[in-house]
Design a protein around this ligand. Structure first.
Ligand code: PEP
Ligand code: MG
Length: 545
């Protein structure tokens, strides 16, 4: 057995045969030049269509998030600009069709990468579509997850949403990836399936002779074996008892909410039994917009997301532009350190008119939809900033205003911050990156961005105490809230709403319903006292035994 370490991002233990997710195809050659360019070019659109049809057919067999992911990828394969650019390359340079698709898709990916941030993350989807079309043109097996025939441990470089959208959860024992971090798609997926996952496992792909693996999601290790091992299925949290009313077994109320970015996410949130929305990332509606949408356009877009939650709480976050999510119409210019630059609410200090128009649209959409809307500002550093935002929200007619705690300074001054607002919500993704000075998107620093880091937990404890002192609610809407065990610890630290990717709602809600507030507080106390991630997790687990 060869034992490798990584970052455990979803708890539990499992063992079984390994299945490797196929690596991308080798680069198709640019020569020899084709003899009949127009016949060669004519192969491209049908190949793209076959790929799209295959993805649409898979989409037809699933629901919710999986359907949306597959349909989005299929639509990308059908994008006529990709096919026509590839055809042009065949006609102009005599390139073989697979090579032309490679070059056209790479140009497209490069322009997304140059845009940066979340659009840059879509580069992976473009590469996925590119490789599927090339495989179709070459008549070979496409990269990605092969059809699973028995319960297996999946080993991959990283997993794209389209790779995993229609995975049969009963056939996946665990996920292990060489890349990725605590907020990666792999982590989110594993938690939603309730299976163990370890990411950022260096050296994983170099081990080609293993046939089986034992995965420890708690300890963040994977043991690879050249002999078969006894199959061990992970113990899944029983979610059948999830009623949609969040709280502990002894009746302490904790709202279990969903994070959404667009209308498509609301279906998944409603069907998962979320009590409302704890984070509506409005910037996701406008990642590709070059001009600011007018108030009427924004109103319609927000109302579409809010309508399914009539009568329920929804926290609408104002535009979190900048750094990893640049918006074309709020360009803050080149910055040496964008994550430390003019982003989030800071953009609004220069452009209060944009914030005011957005608040006007949110207030109108709230009325249109009947949802109980609050607004929340991202990237707030000081109580003055929080007060400035609250004042503008109230002027726009929105009575409930809060801020995110994502900057360590805001956590350190939480009591005064809470005086200026109605609530706070902790963005653990950014708070971790700023506490540890570790880019949240870098797999190599994934261990520092682990939300179980006691230093992060101690900051959250300060915020929880400030909430209790001021009598104002503290929530968590970063990825930490999607971990069922950590969710219990957060409640023990004083958090009274947990907002997460919709698929995690039943597991987190059920896990909390099975324990008392007293037990959560004990687990929190023990995790806080731990010197490191592994000890913190073990201490929390022991507190519930
Ligand atoms: C966070 O930082 O934890 C958060 C929820 O905001 P985002 O992930 O959108 O930056
Ligand atoms: Mg954030």
């Amino acid at each position: 057995m060869l034992r490798l370490s990584g970052v455990g991002v979803s708890d539990g233990r499992a063992a079984g045969p390994v299945v490797r997710v196929a690596e991308p195809l080798p680069e198709p050659p640019a020569s020899p030049a084709v003899t009949d360019p127009s016949a060669e070019a004519a192969r491209i659109s049908p190949a793209a269509e076959t790929v799209a049809n295959g993805l649409f057919a898979r989409a037809a067999g699933v629901e919710g998030d999986a359907k949306a992911v597959l349909e989005t990828t299929a639509a990308m394969a059908m994008d006529p600009s990709l096919s026509s650019r590839a055809e042009q390359l065949v006609n102009q340079r005599g390139l073989p069709a697979p090579r032309a698709v490679l070059e056209a898709a790479n140009e497209f990916a490069e322009s997304l990468r140059a845009t940066g941030g979340y659009l840059a993350e879509r580069v992976r989807d473009v590469h996925d579509v590119r490789d599927r079309i090339i495989a179709e043109l070459l008549g070979v097996r496409p990269p990605g997850v092969p059809t699973l025939l028995e319960p297996s441990v999946l080993l991959a470089r990283d997993l794209a949403p389209a790779d995993t959208a229609d995975l049969d959860p009963d056939l996946v024992l665990a996920l292990v990836t060489e890349e990725g971090g605590p907020t990666s798609h792999t982590a989110i997926l594993a938690r939603s399936l309730g299976i163990p996952a370890v990411v950022a496992v260096r050296g994983l792909l170099a081990e080609t002779s293993a046939v089986a693996a034992e995965v420890d999601g708690d300890g963040g290790t994977v043991s690879l074996s050249e002999e078969p091992v006894e199959v061990r299925s992970p113990e899944r949290i029983d979610t059948t008892g999830w009623t949609g009313d969040g709280g502990t077994s002894d009746g302490e109320r904790v709202k279990i909410l969903a994070n959404v970015g667009a209308a498509a996410d609301t279906t998944a949130a409603v069907s998962a039994g979320a009590e409302g929305v704890g984070l509506f990332r409005t910037e996701f509606c406008y990642l590709a917009a070059q001009d600011e949408p007018d108030v009427a356009t924004q109103r319609a877009a927000y109302a579409e997301v809010l309508e399914p939650f009539a009568g329920k709480p929804v926290v609408v976050r104002t535009l979190d532009a900048g750094a990893d999510k640049p918006l074309g119409f709020l360009d803050t210019g080149a910055e040496p350190n964008p994550a430390l630059g003019v982003r989030g609410l800071r953009v609004a200090f220069d452009r209060p008119d944009v914030l005011d128009r957005q608040l006007e649209a949110i207030a109108a959409a709230a009325e249109d939809s009947g949802a109980e809307v609050s607004v929340m500002a991202p990237m707030v550093a000081t109580p003055e900033e929080a007060a400035w935002f609250t004042e503008r929200a109230r002027t726009a007619g929105i009575t409930r205003a809060g801020v995110m705690v994502e900057i360590p300074a805001a956590a350190l001054i939480a009591s005064e911050l809470l005086e200026a607002v109605d609530f706070v919500s902790v963005g653990t993704n950014d708070l971790a990156q700023y506490v540890f000075a570790a880019d949240r998107q870098l797999g190599a620093l994934a261990g520092l961005n682990d939300p179980w880091q006691p230093a992060l937990l101690r900051l959250i404890a300060m915020i929880g105490r400030a909430g209790a002192e001021t009598g104002k609610p503290v929530g968590v809407c970063g990825e930490a809230a999607a971990d069922p065990l950590l969710g219990r610890v957060l409640v023990g630290l004083g958090v009274r709403s947990l907002s997460m990717v919709a698929t995690a709602v039943p597991a987190v809600g059920s896990a909390l319903a099975g324990v008392s507030l007293r037990a959560c507080e004990r687990a929190a106390r023990d995790a806080l006292a731990a010197p490191d991630v592994a000890t913190a997790k073990a201490a929390a687990r022991a507190a519930f035994e």
